[in-house]
Design a protein around this ligand. Structure first.
Ligand code: G4P
Length: 287
């Protein structure tokens, strides 16, 4: 199966970002620590140019710590880029961001001037959660509702920082199906757009290659099954996903497995490592 979903409203988002970017001092790009390449939209890097950027590797609680450290080193090879793994709901972790922003902008003679910071990222990476934690209260989002996308709202953090929300939807266009499968595995693509069994078979195959011990431990498997289908059937059997005659319902088994994986119940898992082919690419230029 090929995963297809509607990238949507990129031209409008692009125009708005260009407009707002001119006024921005620091860009905060939120990505998913489990799949930092596939959850990036390369359009952002293009539009940001050389502006200081903090890459937030969010959902760090779900990612493999060793792989995340490798991603931080990888991102920080680029000048003007800092990378910070965190869990967006954790105030103490998020509290480092304002200091980091200030440290990235030199203001000779004007140290008191407020900073303008823009939070960007594809849907479901945790932008709202991060903004709410930074603001200390629940803020209404404008970005993810195409019909009401207007100028980005500005939030005064009352610490010399004004925050702008991402304008519009920023789905990457995937040239490589593995990127789409990784996004689907992480839960970033709405479940109505995916086939559970198909995505789960991709994810089980990955787990068998990369984290076989975690897979066996979670489902009490004595040995690694010989194929992803056999493994998913075994998982389905253990999770009671049966239909008449003792057959396994692979859709339900897939759903149960993906819920376990996304909820961190199998362990901390990263779906991609630096050095692998970067799978996302910028959307083609529109209009
Ligand atoms: P967005 O604005 O970028 O679209 O993302 P949003 O903040 O809405 O977060 C998407 C989902 O990711 C939410 O879960 C949110 O709770 C979860 N999330 C955000 N940050 C983290 C994190 O650091 N760790 C983990 N484990 N999850 C995180 P949801 O199930 O869609 O909503 P909810 O029921 O939690 O509100």
């Amino acid at each position: 199966m090929k995963i297809e979903w509607y990238p949507g409203h990129m031209a409008k988002a692009r125009r708005q970002i260009i407009e707002v970017m001119a006024t921005i001092d620091v860009v905060i790009e939120v990505i998913d620590a489990r799949l930092p390449a596939s959850s990036s939209n390369p359009l952002l890097a293009k539009l940001r140019g050389v502006k200081p950027c903090i890459k937030i590797l969010n959902k760090n609680d779900l990612a493999d710590p060793e792989v995340t450290r490798a991603w931080v080193r990888h991102f920080e090879e680029e000048s003007n880029v800092r990378a910070l793994p965190l869990e967006a709901k954790q105030r103490t972790e998020v509290a480092h961001i304002p200091t980091l922003c200030r440290g990235m902008v030199s203001r000779p003679g004007k140290p008191w001037k407020s900073l303008r910071v823009m939070v960007m990222g594809i849907p479901n990476v945790g932008k709202s959660t991060l903004i709410n934690t930074l603001a200390g209260k629940r803020m209404a989002r404008i970005g993810d509702k195409p019909a009401i996308t207007t100028c980005p709202q500005q939030i005064d953090l009352r610490n010399g920082i004004f925050l702008s929300d991402t304008p519009g939807l920023l789905w990457p266009v995937m040239s490589d199906q593995r990127g789409a499968y990784r996004l689907a595995t992480s839960g970033a693509i709405g479940d109505s757009a995916i086939d559970y069994a198909d995505v789960a078979l991709f994810a089980v195959a990955f787990m068998m290659r990369r984290y076989p011990d975690l897979l066996c431990a979670r489902y009490d498997l004595q040995a690694l099954p010989e194929s992803p289908t056999a493994a998913l059937e075994e998982i389905g059997r253990r999770r009671g996903c049966l239909v008449g005659g003792g057959e396994i319902n692979l859709q339900r088994a897939g759903e149960a497995f993906l819920r376990d994986l996304r909820g961190g119940r199998i362990g901390r898992v990263s779906l991609e490592e630096p050095g692998e082919e970067i799978v996302a690419e910028a959307a083609p230029e529109e209009g």
